[in-house]
Design a protein around this ligand. Sequence first.
Ligand code: IMP
Length: 429
Amino acid sequence: MTLTIVVGAQWGDEGKGRIVDLLATKSDIVARYYGGDNAGHTVTVGGEIFKLHLLPSGVVHPHSIGLLGNGMVINPATLLDEMERVRKAGLEINPDRIKISHAAHIITPGHIALDGAREAARGENMIGTTKRGIGPAYNSKVTRSGLRMEDMLDPEAFKEAVYLHIKSVNHQLEKLFGADVLDAAAISKQYQIYAEKLSPYIIEVGEFADQALKKGSIILAEGAQGTLLDLDHGTYPFVTSSTPTAPGALVGLGLGIGSANRVVGVVKAFQTRVGEGPFPTELDGDLAVCLRGTGENDWDEFGTTTGRPRRVGWLDIVLLRYAVRLNGISELALTKLDILSGLESINLCTKYRIGDKITPTLPLGPSNLEGVEAIFEDLPGWKDDLTSIRTWQDLPEAARGYISRIEDLLNVPVKIISVGPERSQVIQR
Ligand code: IMP
């Protein structure tokens, strides 16, 4: 059995795509298990750069099979568009290569309209969602009124179901939010066409994955978002509506406990966050600009899905301790170490001060971060450019010191270090 789960250990955008890309070279199957097109992974296909939102990013490796698990919420328009774009760039996209769970839920324009209306109604307390309809689609799921991929297998009946769903959403849009209503007839017709196109891809993904594991295939489960955005365990209510943490890979793919034997936690060498919510190590001013970049480069800290500038700060070990525990992280992949080059010193938050108490862990989880004060260790920085370094020994002493300190504080080895945006700019230990 070899199921590796790659999980974001922070607020998403840790650079999981890079690590998945590396690990996918040795995987037979790559899978997304939760979330929807709120995620965005930048990949290169045939020399062209793509932002994949729904397909597992490992599918850029032609030998792999891509799974979209039952935990996902799928916007069929985005998925078909994505499939078409990567097909044009030379990737083989067919039902032998891409398989979608019959139990994944479907996002409609109704969910997207509700996402916008609910955010507007929250006013100052808005979540800062990606407005992709994620929350409302999961809302439909838990209220047992959602549309599932298996409904697409009967396109005529599906059209009717979509029509009724949009009618019901329209009622809410009009009566609760005073918002514009949607054209139920046009949307349901369009969704019937999507159903005809996607039907051949729909299978029981859990059974497929289980059989594959039994035959000795290697599966790579790609987490989207990050630990602190987990609906149960994140900075509630400033979270996404799903389970990006590692246990979600089992539920979201339909695999049993004990299937996973490796959990790679991806950690950016500093901290970033998009959207609202507390952020104890947040920086502003010149230092923030230095870590964020100006947006000119693909790797600068601006949202892949929304283009919003990300908030930035120092690495937070208190939150990472929590992520290690919650996900059962067995090894770490540290990304964007090169961005820290040139700093005189680097701060590492190891504890919090809460009132008159100092604590290395979170007394009540990360939803209670308001007012906590980060306590920092001050570590020496380094001047050297790291982007052409490929071995641990060649890293400047201060960079090795920074990583070793992270390992000591978390008691988990850092096995992969990325030092630039290119595939080759990586150090493996
Ligand atoms: P939603 O998932 O669109 O409902 O957004 C809820 C929160 O999760 C917002 O703060 C988003 O900015 C954040 N979020 C959702 N997806 C991602 C992601 O892929 N990376 C980083 N933040 C995300």
